[in-house]
Design a protein around this ligand. Structure first.
Ligand code: SF4
Ligand code: SF4
Length: 455
């Protein structure tokens, strides 16, 4: 840790505690060591040689969601996320792991996520499992009981996988519709996103072209490296960053557009990731300066399309009619106000806290005619998904999720929107756990907007 941690960053923390209320693990436990200030103090104690990075130290680092809600509220601008990555990197280098854990990590981080063709094959196998009747059999026979409850829950809300990604469906170039293009947007398709949410990727491209962008999807791009960086595999993350920079640089793009907050947050930090590499530092900065979230680029640089809640209008009519019928016995029909589709939004932590994009998704939603947006209390607090945190720390993840769903229920929303695939799955899980499925659904904001494009 003496080698990997930035001592300047560690000593930037002035121990004011302003970050404590923003931290979900502190909110849940009330324990100093489970707070940003406490974790920074632990890191410094190890670097100063005051304590060993023992099991209890590692437990607190593992319990951290990496949501980085502690950063925007910090008056000293401490880059906690970097300290956490550096700590995990140091731990990973010295962690004695069983051979099968090492093999599993190697396969996932080196042989799977960075290899889009293999990811697509996995998508094909998953699609076969989901559509061939195997899934039904596995569920009925109780075979899934072999897996831990957290994995069983995830299996139950997994969307339909596909072996056909966005390039297979649309090609690598899609021109802007109408008028002079607003720029050339390079779409970052993601590794998991392109297998489990390929339709959202397709809708992202279509939304961007409607907003006036020529879209290019370089086929040589790969995984952003976020899962690697957050799991202490920094060298691999750097390699992936270099491949992505090459791919988008060769494509000559003006912007690099992400529709997943988790990916976008690492893409926008490629400058930091490669800062010590003389050959790549400048290219990292070139890349990072061009990264935008899809909502942000449409609001800032695009021609904002017209959106209308056609489905909502009929639902509104339906609800209004039902309401009028019920009210007919006691009051004139004109007295029953139509009830618009209610929409709420859960921020992606990395989109909000690292990319600092919070207003653009809300501004876009407010453009949709026929909906009512209701702000979710605690929308800026992590949902407990945090990459693979919900699988590694199921107890804390579930605790955080269940508290969040109480606020979600209070909104009365029909749609719970979000901007990141991990958050979306977690919200689907939350809806199921809270038994809210009959009155609301969780949807990616891009899919929601695309469905409401006035065509
Ligand atoms: S808000 Fe910043 S300076 Fe204050 S304790 Fe937290 S990390 Fe340290
Ligand atoms: S990253 Fe999130 S969970 Fe970790 S210390 Fe900061 S606020 Fe707390």
């Amino acid at each position: 840790m003496k080698l990997t941690l930035s001592y300047d960053e560690l000593t930037n923390c002035m121990r004011c505690g302003f970050c404590q209320p923003a931290c979900p693990t502190f909110q849940e436990t009330g324990i100093e060591a489970a707070s940003p200030r406490g974790r920074i103090a632990l890191m410094k104690a190890v670097v100063d040689g005051m304590m060993d990075p023992d099991e209890s130290f590692q437990a607190q680092m593992d319990l951290c969601l990496g949501c980085r809600a502690c950063e925007p509220v910090c008056p000293a601008d401490v880059q906690y996320g970097h300290l956490l990555e550096q700590t995990r990197d140091a731990i990973e280098r010295h962690e004695p792991r069983r051979w099968w854990v090492r093999a599993l990590r190697r396969t996932a981080f080196r042989q799977l996520f960075p290899q889009q063709r293999r990811m697509r094959k996995v998508g094909g196998v998953l699609a076969f499992y989901q559509r061939s009747g195997l899934r039904r059999f596995a569920r009925k026979s109780g075979a899934l009981r072999m897996f831990p409850p957290s994995m069983r829950e995830m299996e139950s809300i997994l969307p339909d996988a596909s072996s056909q990604g966005v390039v297979e469906r649309l090609g690598t170039h899609v021109p802007a519709t109408g008028g002079r293009p607003a720029g050339k947007a390079g779409m970052f398709r993601g590794c998991i996103m392109d297998v489990l949410f390929a339709e959202t990727n397709v809708n992202t491209v279509k939304l961007l072209t409607e907003a006036g962008f020529d879209v290019v999807i370089p086929d040589t791009q790969n995984c952003c490296g976020a899962l690697h960086a957050h799991s202490g595999e920094m060298e691999q993350a750097k390699e992936l960053a270099k491949r992505n920079i090459r791919a988008f640089r060769d494509a000559g793009v003006d912007y690099i557009v992400s529709n997943a907050g988790g990916c976008g947050a690492l893409l926008i930090e490629y400058d930091h990731l490669l800062r010590d590499d003389p050959e790549w530092a400048e290219l990292g900065a070139w890349f990072a300066a061009r990264v935008k979230d899809v909502s942000q680029i449409i609001m800032e640089k695009g021609r904002i399309p017209k959106f209308a809640d056609a489905a909502g209008e009929s639902a509104v009519e339906g609800r209004a009619a039902a309401s009028n019928e019920a009210a007919a016995a006691t009051a004139p029909p004109a007295a029953a106000p139509p009830s618009p589709t209610i929409v709420t939004y859960q921020d992606s932590c990395h989109l909000r806290n690292v990319m600092r994009v919070g207003n653009a998704p809300r501004d876009l939603m407010s453009r949709v005619e026929g909906i009512r947006f209701v702000e979710l209390a605690g929308a800026d607090t992590c949902c407990g998904s945090a990459g693979i945190y919900n699988l590694l720390q199921p107890q804390m993840s579930t605790q955080i999720l269940d508290h969040k769903m109480e606020h979600v229920a209070d909104t009365g929303a029909h749609y719970l929107l979000t901007s990141n695939p991990g958050c979306l799955l977690q919200m689907k899980l939350g809806i199921e756990r809270a038994k809210l499925g009959e009155r609301m659904q969780a949807v990616h904001i891009v899919d929601f907007l695309y469905d409401r494009l006035s065509k």
